[in-house]
Design a protein around this ligand. Sequence first.
Ligand code: RIB
Ligand code: CA
Length: 315
Amino acid sequence: MQNVRMILDVDTGIDDSMAILLALKTKHIKVEGITTVFGNTDVAQATRNTLQVIEVSGVPYEVPVAMGADRPLVREWRGPVTHIHGNNGIGNCELPMPKGKPLAESAAEFIVRMVNTHPNELTLVFVGRMTNLAIALAQDPSIASKVKRLVIMGGAVKVPGNVTPVAEANISGDAEAAHRVFESGIPITLVGLDVTMQTIIGETERLQLMASPVPGNEKAAAFIGEAFKFYFEAYEKQNGFYGSPLHDPLAVAVAAFPDLVATEEHYVRIETKGTMSYGATLVDFRRTVPVTNASVALGVDSPRFLDYFINTLKS
Ligand code: RIB
Ligand code: CA
């Protein structure tokens, strides 16, 4: 299996935490760095959460963390999503004070430096707002042709949105940034609500994740169990079922195993002007277009993904 060298961009976040753990524990992924952004929580808290989750994971190598944007490119930030992710972003779980610190360079500077140093080798996985990448592209547009692939958790192409009838949180959280990324020429795989809403876990899987942890994985297993409990309760209040979709972990999984999803080539446009449709990911299904900008995931092998997720997080 080919190694995947990854930069992961997160707004940590309960499902972001699970995505980080999945990436760090997948044998053929090497996480070359994690960049942080505002979103589920503010960027300072997201950075702290990220450092804590890395330390809880027991990953045997150094993972640099670079702090990024604290607000969208042009609009106001709507504030943290405490009703889903808790006051601290990770379901109010108390993790030990992190020993590590973020780098002195910003997330955008880190992305520009790494992509230029390792052209066509790095897979970027973005599971929050696309602000850091839009800033990186403004600093150096040439990185667009040097990224191996960009996997985005975001958007809702054929299904309803989750923050408005038509828009998903990561895209509508900074649609101007998403627009610049989709028009940049970077090869994109879009892992949106079309597929993430088909990857639901519940109490049976949560108990499996916590049961009989292997030596060295006790702290991670306890954190996973507690954070999912908070997330499931939040989903129950909001959506009426005790469980949750695995939005961000699915994007990491697709970077590791692209054949987990069935994709179609489309030109995805981001709505930045509409009052009711701001942040929509629009595809014109009426005709075939000569130029496309994204492989859009529309089907997913959920049982295979869930097996991989559970077995890897338990390792
Ligand atoms: O819409 C789901 C996305 O919004 C996930 O990335 C979640 O962490 C939040 O950022
Ligand atoms: Ca996220």
